[in-house]
Design a protein around this ligand. Structure first.
Ligand SMILES: NC(=O)c1ccc[n+]([C@@H]2O[C@H](COP(=O)([O-])OP(=O)(O)OC[C@H]3O[C@@H](n4cnc5c(N)ncnc54)[C@H](O)[C@@H]3O)[C@@H](O)[C@H]2O)c1
Length: 251
């Protein structure tokens, strides 16, 4: 497919995992793609890498402007940079709550603020936020992370309303557990990584983890000009975890 031919995209957190897979997919379908990341050192051509910390407004604005100079404009923003947090509501102190909200929610706000003036000039403007099944299902030991993704979900709807008449579509993807370096780090910290991986796989009705490429495919679907009538939606990419209620195997 070449549905992104002539379009320019920016992917935050695009040096790893879902962001990397998205940047590569959009480029493969014809887009010029800039990646904003804390560490863009692994980003290779044709992708363009820019160092940015989404918790720092100046850093985001500077990187977006550098990317605009390189791309000559912007049609698509993929707000994907994010970090995790584990525990119940009793387990993370105030500083941790502020830190994770700063990356996962305010990071998207900062990137959108810097990108919107450019997106308004596009004929095919779209923002896709990487949300999570944690926004729509109660997962144990994820109070803080889930709260940030619930905020991302609501922010997606509010932004979609604010910008629909400016021709800017805003949607989000809700991945289940995806096989990225993030989950690799989580498994490495588990007392029994194989058992932890099996438990995560079993939680998804498909019986396996989602791949980064599958999430990228959903992001590309929402970002594509072919989806020009789609705004204010969330797309689950979770192996059926949110929507299905299966009977136990054999019963
Ligand atoms: N992996 C999963 O199971 C899963 C499930 C649902 C949602 N998500 C979401 O997908 C997104 C990407 O996750 P992933 O699994 O690909 O993780 P990842 O750790 O592989 O990649 C995240 C990227 O974000 C960058 N990043 C982190 N903090 C940043 C900051 N302050 N400024 C700029 N860049 C920063 C990192 O450097 C990294 O390149 C996140 O928003 C995450 O919440 C992941």
């Amino acid at each position: 497919m070449t549905d992104f031919e002539g379009l320019r995209a920016l992917v935050t957190g695009g040096a790893s995992g879902i962001g990397r897979a998205t940047a590569e997919l959009l480029a493969g379908r014809g887009a010029q793609v800039a990646v904003l990341d804390l560490d863009p050192s692994s980003v290779e051509k044709p992708l363009l890498g820019f160092r940015a910390d989404v918790t720092d407004d100046t850093s985001v604005r500077t990187a977006v402007e550098s990317a605009m100079e390189a791309l000559g404009g912007l049609d698509i923003l993929v707000n994907n940079a994010g970090i995790g947090a584990q525990g119940t509501v009793e387990d993370n102190d105030d500083d941790e709550w502020r830190r994770v909200f700063d990356v996962n929610v305010l990071g998207m706000v900062r990137a959108a603020r810097a990108a919107l003036p450019h997106l308004r000039r596009s004929e095919h403007a779209a923002i896709v936020n990487t949300c999570s099944i944690a926004a729509t299902a109660g997962l144990p030991q994820r109070a803080l992370y889930s709260a940030t993704k619930g905020a991302v979900y609501s922010l997606t709807l509010a932004m979609a309303a604010d910008h629909v008449r400016e021709g800017v579509r805003v949607n989000c993807v809700n991945p289940g557990t995806a096989d990225t370096p993030w989950i690799g780090r989580l498994l490495d910290r588990a007392s029994d990584p194989a058992a932890e991986r099996a438990a995560l796989e079993a939680r998804q009705p498909s019986g396996r983890l989602v791949s980064a490429a599958e999430v990228a495919g959903a992001i590309a679907y929402l970002a594509s000009p072919l989806s020009g009538a789609t705004t204010g939606t969330s797309l689950a990419v979770d192996g059926g975890m949110q929507g299905l209620r299966l009977r136990p195997v054999g019963r």
